[in-house]
Design a protein around this ligand. Structure first.
Ligand code: ADE
Length: 440
């Protein structure tokens, strides 16, 4: 592969004599030519710029000077790329660098300065069938010129050419590689440095455990730093452990994702709209009722106990904690209601002073996805913050084994029974309880 860099500051590119790229050039793996754009000027002052047509600040680089210079290097057979660094280009990515390394024969980089290069230069070379024009940006900030971006492109593409990086394995697990994740953190000796120890598992010699730890660390790092990369993952390429890690950061999938479905970020809504909660409550309450319960009793309960007015009251009242959960910008998918001890009427004397998890319901399509755990964790967390340390109880239909098992998994234990009226129909509920605690 050959790079030709055109610039008014050729000295800037002398870093390409150094390190792996410098060695690759010496070994003939890579050719790099650096050329002074002023060599194509004809006036005494070697002028490369002029004032912007239409007015405005700064100077613009002249198309005629650039055209003469570029024509000299955009020649020969094979895939020829004209790369133009500019803050108004699409972001340079690892994927693009990989594609360039795999197929480009010649990359000519036009380093602009001042206000940039006359737009007709890119326009003109785009009309040439034998040339691909690639405008690219390093990021959302403005540099003084394209030279730093040219160094970046040569290094990012050059290191992917076979032989340039000594150990090709070190390219496999990199950030922005095939896994679509940032790379896990790396460590070397000393194992203890200023009180910071290397994670023990890395010295265990257990390759399976080390691989899992690294994968978890990569997932956590990416979830914390680059939600855009998590959003782009394919749900089908993630195993159960991957999903459990991502669920901690609120990234979930419906239980049966479509092929190539992507993770969805769930957000806790601390002040859900009471009307939206009432609509969800009306939809989800019947699923928690035993089949024997008459429809009119369920309807009566929904009308009186799950109305918009009731939820508006809970939302406004300090003794109640109403939470919702939804995908970013999407409809409400779940809600919970906690009664703080002052509002709760426990059915068993030994539960005096406990808070109450009065409601915790999920849209049917999201059951079994981990969303319930997310909502419940948030509800318990907020309850704990309100009471400090104490207990929380709940009642659920004795026939609803799915709910009972789910609450057991979240640390609730059976405490007794109660009778619960739905409409005028008495229902047999189990009562469950668990501790809540927060260390301030
Ligand atoms: N030239 C000036 N700013 C730039 C950026 N952010 N990326 C690429 N080239 C540039």
């Amino acid at each position: 592969m050959r790079f030709d860099i055109l610039t008014v500051f050729p000295g800037y590119l002398s870093a390409l004599d150094l390190s792996l790229i410098g060695k690759a050039r010496q070994a003939g793996l890579l050719e790099v030519g650096v050329h002074d754009l002023r060599d194509w000027t004809t006036d005494r002052h070697r002028t490369v710029d002029d004032t912007p047509v239409g007015g405005g600040a700064g100077m613009v680089m002249r198309a005629d000077v650039w055209g003469k210079a570029l024509d000299e290097y955009l020649v020969g057979e094979g895939v020829k790329i004209l790369a133009i660094p500019t803050p108004s280009g699409p972001r340079l990515t690892q994927e693009l660098c990989e594609s360039l390394a795999a197929r480009a024969d010649r990359i000519v980089i036009a380093c602009g300065r001042y206000e940039g290069i006359d737009a007709r230069v890119a326009e003109h070379y785009r009309t040439r069938e034998d040339i691909e024009v690639l405008e690219f940006s390093l990021g959302d900030y403005v540099l003084n010129g394209g030279e730093v971006a040219a160094l970046t492109l040569v290094e990012a593409v050059g290191r992917l050419i076979p032989g340039v990086v000594g150990n090709p394995e070190s390219l496999v697990e990199e950030s922005h590689g095939q896994a679509g994740l940032l790379e896990y953190p790396v460590y070397t000796r000393p194992l203890d440095w200023r009180g910071h120890a290397v994670p023990e598992v890395l010295t265990s010699g257990d390759h399976g455990k080390v691989a899992r730890w690294r994968r978890d660390a990569a997932l956590r790092r990416t979830a914390q730093r680059r939600p855009d990369m998590i959003r782009a993952l394919n749900a089908h390429e993630l195993d159960k452990d991957d999903r459990a890690i991502l669920a901690e950061y609120g990234w979930l999938w419906p239980r049966k994702p479509e092929p190539f479905s992507h993770p969805v970020r769930m957000l806790i809504d601390d002040s859900p709209d009471p009307g939206e909660v009432a609509a969800l409550a009306a939809r989800t309450f019947p699923d928690a009722c035993p089949p024997s319960l008459p429809a009119d009793a369920i309807a009566a309960h929904i009308a009186t106990e799950l109305s918009e007015e009731k939820f508006a009251h809970y939302a406004a009242d300090n003794d109640h904690q109403l939470l919702g959960v939804r995908a970013e910008g999407g409809p409400l998918l779940g809600y919970s209601l906690v009664l703080l001890p002052s509002a709760s009427r426990p059915p068993l004397a030994e539960l005096a002073g406990a808070a109450e998890l009065s409601k915790c319901y999920l849209d049917a399509s999201w059951r079994g996805s981990g969303l319930n755990a997310l909502l419940l964790t948030a509800a318990l967390d907020r309850a704990a913050h309100a009471v400090g340390s104490g207990r929380i109880w709940l009642g659920t239909n004795a026939g609803n084994k799915r709910a009972i098992r789910a609450y057991e998994r979240r640390g609730f234990e059976l405490a007794g029974r109660r009778t619960y009226l739905v409409g005028d129909e008495p229902n047999d509920d189990v009562v469950m309880v668990r501790d809540i605690d927060v260390a301030y």
